[in-house]
Ligand binder design. Structure first.
Ligand SMILES: [Cu+2]
Length: 108
């Protein structure tokens, strides 16, 4: 009985140690001169990691120029935290036809 009780306490402690908000980060791939997915939805405070799968250099640059990954070579990653709710449009400065949107929802 005592062992089972201690096991239950240990399990509760383990669950409590994992913050409820922890989840895998959102990932946008850059593939074949496109952001995949082109529209990513996250919550305020979440981060998005952009991964360049192409053998071409790309950037991830806010349309309002508030942030910029600068050049990402093949297999390079860049992470940005989206603190405020709203739709954030971005593009690649090397290929202006490449566009993406991160839709940031308010945390309830
Ligand atoms: Cu590009």
């Amino acid at each position: 009985m005592k062992t089972a009780f201690l096991g239950a306490v240990a399990l509760v402690a383990l669950l409590a140690a994992v913050p409820a908000t922890t989840k895998p980060g959102a990932i946008v791939h850059i593939r074949d001169d496109a952001f995949v997915p082109a529209t990513m939805t996250v919550h305020a405070g979440d981060s998005v990691t952009f991964v360049n799968d192409d053998d071409d250099a790309h950037t991830v640059t806010a349309d309002d120029a508030s942030w910029d990954s600068e050049g990402l070579n093949q297999d390079e990653k860049w992470t940005h935290v989206f603190a405020k709710a709203g739709s954030v449009k971005y593009h690649c400065t090397v290929h202006p036809f490449m566009h993406g949107i991160v839709v940031v929802k308010a945390v309830k």
